[in-house]
Design a binder for this molecule. Structure first.
Ligand code: FEO
Length: 171
């Protein structure tokens, strides 16, 4: 069992993960319209990652016999044009999610909820990877340029990303 405060905080995180999926799917559509199928693929795979994050928290709440509640998902606003700006927006969003995960760990510590603290460690590590991925692509785009053959090469590389479902939480 987890406390009401912990349950509410985890439900809020589900909404943030679903918003992340929504944001990245909108980015994917935007990239398709710009003729960048590799960038579109990368963001579509990211959408699947975010859905799996929401599902992971959902499954944990069910296992803890805690209530699952859904709120409206905010409309994503794509106010960026270039691939570099898109990935910078993605990185900014991931930093926000990282802070949110860290705040959840703080709640688990306050509640003396050891099980949830351990559960959240996967997300702490995942956020390091999420930020690292975005930073790496930003560096490539800055090095190779945002047009012509440099962008073509990066787009082709991003087209190879595939979704690998994370291993389910150990039971
Ligand atoms: Fe679910 Fe991109 O953090």
């Amino acid at each position: 069992m987890i406390t009401e405060k912990m349950s509410v905080a985890l439900n809020t995180q589900i909404n943030k993960e679903l918003y992340s999926a929504y944001l990245y799917m909108a980015m994917s559509a935007h990239a398709q319209q710009k003729g960048l199928p590799g960038v579109a693929n990368w963001f579509f795979v990211q959408t699947q990652e975010e859905l799996s994050h929401a599902q992971r928290i959902y499954a944990y709440l069910i296992r803890q016999n805690a209530a699952v509640t859904f709120e409206a998902i905010e409309k994503p606003v794509i106010d960026v044009e270039t691939p570099l700006a898109m990935f910078e927006k993605g990185l900014e969003h991931e930093k926000y999610v990282t802070a949110s995960i860290h705040a959840l760990v703080d709640v688990a510590l306050e509640e003396k909820d050891r099980a949830t603290e351990v559960f959240l460690q996967w997300f702490v590590n995942e956020q390091v990877e999420e930020e690292e991925n975005a930073c790496g692509i930003i560096d490539q785009l800055k090095l190779a340029g945002e047009a012509g053959s440099g962008l073509f090469m990066i787009d082709r590389e991003l087209a190879t990303r595939t979704f690998a479902p994370p291993a389910p939480e150990d039971k």
